[in-house]
Design a protein around this ligand. Structure first.
Ligand code: BF8
Ligand code: SF4
Length: 635
């Protein structure tokens, strides 16, 4: 079978053809073989929560309307949605917990990480109410890690400290009134699994509220915690120039790809790749090139300037170049098929985490106390593999685009401070108020085989920029926009509407860039959506309004992962109008779909989901929402 027109990434067609010539199957081939996909599953009306099932509901009303236990469509959809959000939150929380453990171990001298960002450490400690006076950084880091651990050991009724310390006060109050404040992230996950098990909750509304609560678990116990701790350990990002797309690989070099999400090992791989350049040269290479895939790629781009190789859907094609000597993976979004693809080349697939093994891969366990040895070993495996590379099988696409990334909130405020040192947010807010910037949209999330790769991201963003909507991006969306050239000053000149262009040019000049700020600000990985939340919190506080009143929106045009469902729910809970470009599996229940996209969500939370599968219509919907919020603010 041959597939085409699956991506707008210019590197894809040639490599797809090579994959087919090399006898390989990719995600797109398997997607085609799955058609037609199960209609019950697409609507969310099948249940496997007990062994009497599987049960399914006839969406046309002719066949069964209840499962064997009596569960109806509303219940099945609501239960499935909560389980998805819980799966997503569990992934982020496990990630965040590992980062906390690493910080603790580093603080007590058991893990070889230097605490890089003392200013962030003090800022986080301050929010948690931990006194910083007279404490050295290791003592303070230990106390911050212990405060995080305390949330996971919270057996009382108090809400999660990381939430109350970092979320907007107005939101904490709103969520509190709705009874949605989570206590202990681990406990909330356990409760949700219990609540959705056979014969417990049969009230879809109660389950929807539990899903919103799970969004908060994710937002603060996952996203915010992970970002805070990673910034403390590895540094808060600041603007950095690099490249994106598979053209960053180089046939003359040892090429190492780091892929996954948790930067604890990849930071060390970057360090050791730089240290072992000589060994690569001794092996006949000109040195070592690193490149990242998925959110590990975003993490090391933001902090180390490592180029982006590609995003989720093209991970197999990275290997198909024949030029990757080692693909090092940690957790999440790693296609099981990678082992089949690497088997056709000299590429070493290296798994590193105890919960993410792949048959056929070489497992080099991540051991925090010996992380330097692990990273060194991995780089040496890549150098060895380089010697076995078959030049006949190498085909590196020429495509690479410049990217400017590293826009943490601290970096954005830093750039704005060049315009107004005393009141950095004022220039931004003034330009929103006077209409030069119509509003802002966070474009985030994945690739999904149901969507032509990157096409929705790019079409949506073009339309938003043309209408003077500033875009911030994370995750695979940021990769997509990077590959397509949107993370550059040149993109401002090419795509931004006139008034947005003028503002970005003025800020760029004032910040000493001698060029405009990019029209799409890369804010990091998916856990770094917390940075977008922080920016919204700061803007709302400055204007003395709630986040839900701001002329902003979020969009996950090509999302696929359960994590995206959890993040989207958090965004809605924060009061954000949240667009989805792929239909979530909820249409089997009017109760659930209606509550999430309609007045129920909006009245209770101020935000809601908006599902639209056409990019231009989606942009128009987002712009209409922004204009509505502007009108309500009287601007
Ligand atoms: O956490 S955007 S495909 S890589 S899930 Fe996965 Fe989705 Fe990419 Fe990052 Ni986020
Ligand atoms: Fe069927 Fe109910 Fe069991 Fe689900 S929980 S599989 S609907 S019997």
């Amino acid at each position: 079978m041959s597939v085409k027109d699956v991506s707008i990434d210019p590197a894809v067609p040639g490599l797809l053809e090579k994959a087919e010539n090399d006898g390989l199957e990719t995600v797109w081939h398997r997607f085609a073989s799955q058609q037609p996909q199960c209609g019950f599953g697409l609507l969310g009306i099948c249940c496997r929560n007990c062994v009497q099932g599987p049960c399914r509901i006839d969406p046309f009303g002719e066949g069964p309307q209840k499962g064997i236990c009596g569960a109806n469509a509303d219940l099945m959809v609501a239960r499935n949605l909560l389980r998805s959000a819980t799966g997503g939150a569990a992934a982020h929380i496990d990630h965040a917990y590992e980062a906390v453990e690493a910080l603790y171990q580093a603080a007590v001298g058991k893990a070889p990480y230097e605490i890089k960002d003392e200013a962030k450490l003090k800022a986080v400690a301050g929010k948690l109410g931990i006194s910083v006076d007279g404490k050295d950084k290791n003592t303070l880091a230990r106390e911050v890690a212990e405060a995080a651990f305390a949330d996971f050991a919270n057996h009382g009724a108090a809400p999660m400290k990381w939430l109350t310390a970092t979320a907007p006060a107005e939101r904490v109050e709103t969520w509190g009134k709705l009874g949605l404040l989570p206590k202990n992230p681990d406990r909330e996950i356990r409760t949700a699994m219990h609540q959705t098990s056979m014969g417990v909750d049969s009230d879809p509304v109660n389950l929807i509220l539990a899903t919103v609560k799970m969004g908060l678990v994710d937002g603060y116990g996952g996203l915010h915690l992970a970002t805070d701790i990673q910034d403390i350990l590895f540094g808060t990002p600041s603007p950095v120039v690099s490249d994106a797309n598979l053209g960053v690989l180089d046939a003359d070099y040892v090429n190492i790809i780091i892929h996954g999400h948790v930067p604890l090992l990849s930071e060390k791989v970057v360090e050791w790749a730089r240290k072992l350049e000589n060994e690569a040269i001794a092996a006949g290479a000109r040195g070592i090139k690193l490149a990242g895939i998925c959110c590990t790629g975003n993490e090391v781009l933001m902090r180390q300037g490592v180029p982006l190789a590609t995003n989720f859907l093209a991970q197999e094609l990275a290997v198909t170049t024949g030029a990757v000597d080692a693909m090092v993976v940690d957790v999440q979004c790693i296609m099981p098929s990678l082992a089949d693809i690497t088997a056709c080349y000299h590429t070493k697939l290296i798994t590193t985490m105890p919960i993410a093994k792949v048959p056929g891969a070489e497992h080099v366990p991540f051991d925090i106390e010996k992380v330097d040895e692990t990273a060194r070993q991995i780089v040496r495996i890549a150098i060895e593999a380089f010697k076995n590379r078959d030049p006949e099988k190498v085909r590196i696409p020429g495509h690479r685009s410049k990217v400017v990334a590293g826009f943490s909130v601290e970096a954005v405020v830093g750039a704005l401070a060049k315009l107004n040192a005393d009141n950095p947010l004022k220039p931004l807010v003034d330009n929103i108020a006077n209409g030069n910037i119509l509003g802002a949209c966070g474009v985030v999330g994945c690739n999904n085989a149901k969507v032509v790769q990157d096409s929705f991201h790019v079409a949506l963003v073009k339309e938003l920029l043309k209408n003077n909507v500033l875009v911030v991006a994370t995750g695979c969306a940021a990769h997509a926009l990077g590959k397509a050239g949107f993370l550059t000053p040149e993109a401002t000149l090419q795509y931004a509407g006139d008034s947005l262009k003028a503002v970005l040019t003025a800020v760029g000049e004032a910040a000493g860039l001698k060029a405009p700020l990019p029209p799409v600000l890369h804010m990091g990985s998916c856990v770094d959506n917390s940075r977008i939340g922080d920016l919204l919190k700061a803007l709302a506080a400055y204007l003395n309004v709630a986040v839900k009143d701001l002329p902003v929106a979020a969009s996950a045009p090509e999302y696929q992962h359960e994590k995206a469902i959890a993040i989207g729910t958090w965004a809605v809970a924060l009061g954000v109008f949240t667009h989805l470009g792929v239909v979530p599996p909820v249409l089997g229940s009017q109760v659930v779909a209606g509550a999430l996209t309609g007045e129920t969500a909006e009245n209770l939370l101020g935000g809601k989901f908006y599902v639209e599968t056409d990019p231009i219509a989606a942009a128009q919907g987002i712009i209409a929402h922004i204009k509505d919020k502007r009108a309500k603010l009287g601007i």
